[in-house]
Design a protein. Structure first.
Length: 172
């Protein structure tokens, strides 16, 4: 499989051009989140939404971050309105997550995860694995080199044995 962060030459319209070797997301806090900054660490990338039946998974995502951050795991939330279940603005999303879930994990700004406007990260994952998010809270696990190790759909809970087992294997 190609490494996810080696295929991006530029990002979708309205975003800054990325240097080769960097998959870059706009951060909900302003600035950018480059996956290459996490080289050597496993990263769990999750497309999220604030008004979804799976929104309670934020609790599990934060618990994963809390449990494994000292060992190198990064959990990256990618809010998306592709399924019409996200709040209107980044400010509303951030406030909702802080108030309701005390979220401290990194979050991107609102991002398309499927279709012709999908972020290049998601287009690359689809090209490499055939995986495209079918709903909110789909999960993509990358190893420390940026390779896709495993993907899960919405029903896979963040603290399930399937997810934690894959993460722990990467951390050992």
């Amino acid at each position: 499989m190609r490494m996810v962060w080696t295929v991006l030459a530029s990002l979708a319209a309205g975003m800054a051009t990325a240097a080769p070797g960097e998959a870059v997301f706009p951060s909900i806090d302003g600035g950018e989140i480059a996956l290459s900054d996490f080289r050597g660490q496993p990263v769990l990338v999750v497309n999220t939404a604030s008004q979804c039946a799976f929104t309670r998974q934020y609790e599990g995502l934060q618990a994963l971050q809390d449990r494994y951050a000292d060992r190198g795991l990064v959990v990256l939330a990618v809010p998306s309105d592709d399924f019409n279940q996200e709040l209107e603005t980044a400010e509303e999303i951030k406030e909702f997550c802080e108030i309701n879930y005390n979220l401290t994990l990194p979050m991107t700004d609102m991002t398309h995860v499927r279709g012709p406007q999908a972020h290049p990260f998601y287009r690359d994952v689809q090209a490499d694995t055939g995986f495209t998010p079918r709903w909110n809270f789909n999960k993509v696990l990358l190893n420390g080199e940026g390779d896709v190790v495993r993907t899960w759909g919405s029903s896979a809970r963040p603290l399930s044995a399937s997810v934690t087992g894959e993460i722990e294997a990467l951390l050992d």
